[in-house]
Write a protein that binds this ligand. Sequence first.
Ligand SMILES: *[C@@H]1O[C@H](CO)[C@@H](O)[C@H](O)[C@H]1NC(C)=O
Ligand SMILES: *[C@@H]1O[C@H](CO)[C@@H](O)[C@H](O)[C@H]1NC(C)=O
Ligand SMILES: *[C@@H]1O[C@H](CO)[C@@H](O)[C@H](O)[C@H]1NC(C)=O
Ligand SMILES: *[C@@H]1O[C@H](CO)[C@@H](O)[C@H](O)[C@H]1NC(C)=O
Ligand SMILES: *[C@@H]1O[C@H](CO)[C@@H](O)[C@H](O)[C@H]1NC(C)=O
Ligand SMILES: *[C@@H]1O[C@H](CO)[C@@H](O)[C@H](O)[C@H]1NC(C)=O
Ligand SMILES: *[C@@H]1O[C@H](CO)[C@@H](O)[C@H](O)[C@H]1NC(C)=O
Ligand SMILES: *[C@@H]1O[C@H](CO)[C@@H](O)[C@H](O)[C@H]1NC(C)=O
Ligand SMILES: *[C@@H]1O[C@H](CO)[C@@H](O)[C@H](O)[C@H]1NC(C)=O
Length: 364
Amino acid sequence: MMTNLITVKVLLLWFGFTRFITASPISFAATPSSVRKVIDPLILNCTFQNTNTQLNTSDHMPAEIVDFYMYISKGDGTLLASVARNLPAEAIHDPHFMLVEGQMNYDNISYLQITWPSTLFDKPIDNSYFCSVHVLIRSGYELTFQTNVTVSFLTPSYEDLIVYLYRQRRELEHKSRSINDLKKTLSNTSHDLASLKQGVMNCTSRLHQLSLELSSTTAATGTLNQDVAMINQTMYRVIFEANGTATYLHSLQSDVKELKLFHNELTTHVEQGVRVYCGGSNTFVSSGYEREMHLVVPIVFQKPFPKVPVVTFSLRILDVPKDEHLRVFAYTQNINSTGFEMVCGTWDGSFINAMDVDWTATVV
Ligand SMILES: *[C@@H]1O[C@H](CO)[C@@H](O)[C@H](O)[C@H]1NC(C)=O
Ligand SMILES: *[C@@H]1O[C@H](CO)[C@@H](O)[C@H](O)[C@H]1NC(C)=O
Ligand SMILES: *[C@@H]1O[C@H](CO)[C@@H](O)[C@H](O)[C@H]1NC(C)=O
Ligand SMILES: *[C@@H]1O[C@H](CO)[C@@H](O)[C@H](O)[C@H]1NC(C)=O
Ligand SMILES: *[C@@H]1O[C@H](CO)[C@@H](O)[C@H](O)[C@H]1NC(C)=O
Ligand SMILES: *[C@@H]1O[C@H](CO)[C@@H](O)[C@H](O)[C@H]1NC(C)=O
Ligand SMILES: *[C@@H]1O[C@H](CO)[C@@H](O)[C@H](O)[C@H]1NC(C)=O
Ligand SMILES: *[C@@H]1O[C@H](CO)[C@@H](O)[C@H](O)[C@H]1NC(C)=O
Ligand SMILES: *[C@@H]1O[C@H](CO)[C@@H](O)[C@H](O)[C@H]1NC(C)=O
């Protein structure tokens, strides 16, 4: 309000040297124009029609408004309300007893309005009011439009006052009922609010609980993951070991197979020589011993034995001349897995036509 007063003063100074025109763009009305004190409300409405053609300057040229300002004052000059650019309509005097509204509109109608709901004033009020509009136009001219209204105040009759009081009481009762209803609603609302609050608290605690559960679940999941990893590792190791075992088993099997073959061979490998010519005296050579002659017949087995076999032999044919001493010997020597040597011979000059042997080699 102080700001407004200052603004008003500044603006008044600014418009100080302007001409007053009591002309048409401004209109000011009092409703009603005859007011029964206390009983009737009073409305003062000042309107300003901003149409350029009406704002003729002294040059009679249409004017373009740059700025303007409105206020309502009492007959003694006391400012009551004002409205200006960038300032809302506002009561300047006695704001507790009156309602002020208004708006500035550059292109159209601007207005400023004061309403007294009740005209019970603590001091006698003027019956003359002024509305003033200060206008600054583009060419630099400042114009002031001013108009006045006169309000007559009547003293209400006794009857009027009775009716007024009765209406006031009815209104009061109505308001008190409304207040009671409002109180109930408020109580319901506060109850609703309390239960809402409870609900929110429940939600919060549930949320807290859930978050706890979640964190424990997360922890459990972590442990579970570890377990799974361990099981997975173990599984892989088991598979690896199983594979190793299978491989080992496989090699064992082939070993067994080989061993079986070997054993088979050991138990079944037999070779025989039939009618092996073991020589006669004419093929014998000196054995190195005195008067002893022999023949060494090398025998090679068809297939090598897995180990040194036992060789047995028997004399099959012995052919000697008549009336001769019979002196023969036969033996085996150098027996190994691939063969042996059959040795046949005689001594002291005995004569032998021929010797044949049969042999058998086998493993035990
Ligand atoms: C006052 O004047 C303005 C502008 O013409 C209008 O909008 C408003 O309704 C008027 N007030 C009353 C109480 O007539
Ligand atoms: C304003 O001036 C124009 C011509 O410039 C004239 O026609 C018109 O009547 C004038 N208006 C008033 C309100 O003086
Ligand atoms: C001015 O106001 C009148 C009535 O309030 C309206 O009919 C008219 O369209 C307005 N003009 C502009 C330019 O706002
Ligand atoms: C109010 O305006 C009328 C013309 O509308 C004028 O005769 C009268 O002198 C004015 N009253 C005052 C106090 O200026
Ligand atoms: C307040 O709540 C009560 C019981 O829930 C209901 O009967 C009553 O109509 C409510 N009042 C209002 C004003 O909402
Ligand atoms: C909140 O929880 C309490 C106790 O668990 C329960 O009695 C009450 O009904 C709940 N309130 C709401 C609004 O859910
Ligand atoms: C299981 O272990 C193997 C080998 O260590 C790895 O490649 C695989 O990603 C693991 N799988 C899981 C589900 O942990
Ligand atoms: C099992 O072992 C063999 C030989 O060691 C290997 O070639 C094979 O890839 C292995 N298999 C698996 C499933 O590990
Ligand atoms: C078996 O004896 C013969 C004659 O002495 C020899 O040539 C051969 O190398 C021997 N074989 C083995 C496997 O010792």
